[in-house]
Design a protein around this ligand. Structure first.
Ligand code: LMR
Length: 328
């Protein structure tokens, strides 16, 4: 499919590409759950699609399905194994059924910023994690950044005590369930596409997410305010099926890997900026953003960090130590 044809397909579908692939092209369906605009993953997936369709024209064709239009994250990994989609980029919290190693990324206050996350992921320890699911049929290709998580509810959250007794939506991750229990709150695992409605109708009182997700899904409109805690991270693994990947002709696999690596480097370098822009967009739209003093933030650390001990055996004490080195 030519660049012009891709642009046309994108314009008629409002960014949810239903690119018609030419006969003989290898079709690569990429399903994800976020919006495409002002979002690190949405922008990266669109750029990947654009480059594959331009540079691999005649050989391969990528169709990106954003906004949970094809699958939510709980379904997409099975869909890859069934061969219904070829790529996805669920958050690292969504791989529990396939590996417990990624739990390190959900432990609260493990990384001080996205640079520390990047340094850990690009280290030997981090890179080895891409292969931790091959026995189960999945191969990690690249880490994609989103950013640091913030917390919000239908009332101001300044101290951990403020969260006590509230219901918080969490991603489907045992670490995040334990983190909310440590606060004395009630964790409610739920698909991303259902969160806005659940906040709006009071099924849950609060949530945690990155600025780009809080902006993109308009969570701020149905919350009292957002507290800037930077207490955790949301990052992604671009993932594929081992069988499909191995079935590709060598030249196609090499070119696709190169394009993906370049898109990863370009967009990961911009993820913090994209989140800062989303934060500003929330403020501009009248959303309330609350800052903590150092002392107030420390109170959240004191309550949440003991969760590490519960998961140390899953993630490895040596990996925790390695991650901590990148905070210095
Ligand atoms: C969530 O479920 O909150 C996130 O994993 C969504 C995403 O892909 O950023």
């Amino acid at each position: 499919m030519t660049a012009a044809a891709t642009a046309m397909a994108l314009s008629v579908t409002g960014g949810a590409a239903m690119a018609a692939c030419d006969d003989g092209e290898i079709v690569i369906k990429f399903a994800h759950v976020t919006n495409t605009d002002k979002h690190p993953k949405g922008i990266a997936a669109s750029l990947l699609q654009e480059r594959v369709n331009e540079e691999m024209d005649g050989k391969a064709c990528m169709e990106v399905f954003p906004n949970s239009t094809l699958y939510n994250d709980d379904q997409v990994l099975e869909a890859i194994l069934q061969g219904d989609v070829q790529m996805a980029a669920p958050s690292l919290s969504k791989f529990e059924k396939f590996t417990k190693k990624y739990r390190i990324f959900d432990l609260p206050f493990m990384f001080k910023n996205i640079d520390a996350v990047d340094a850990f992921q690009t280290s030997e320890t981090g890179q080895a994690m891409k292969e931790s699911m091959t026995r189960r049929g999945l191969l990690g290709l690249e880490f994609w950044h989103n950013g640091m998580k913030q917390i919000s509810a239908n009332k101001p959250l300044m101290t951990p005590d403020d969260a006590k007794g509230l219901k918080f939506r969490v991603q489907t991750s045992d670490v995040l369930v334990a983190q909310m229990r440590a606060l004395g709150a009630s964790p409610q695992p739920m698909a991303f596409s259902e969160v806005y409605g659940a906040l709006q109708t009071g099924v849950v009182d609060g949530q945690e997410n990155t600025w780009s997700n809080i902006y993109g899904q308009k969570f701020f409109e149905v919350q009292d305010g957002i507290t800037e805690t930077n207490h955790g991270i949301i990052d992604y693994m671009v993932v594929t099926g081992v069988d499909w990947w191995d079935s590709l002709p060598d030249d196609v696999r090499d070119q696709l890997s190169t394009i993906l690596r370049e898109v990863t480097e370009t967009r990961n370098a911009e993820s913090a900026k994209v989140n800062q822009e989303a934060k500003q967009a929330i403020i501009d739209a009248g959303g309330e953003v609350r800052q903590l003093t150092d002392e107030q933030r420390q109170a959240w650390v004191d309550v949440m960090k003991p969760v590490w001990a519960e998961f140390e055996a899953d993630v490895g004490a040596e990996n925790i130590a390695a991650a901590q080195e990148f905070n210095e």
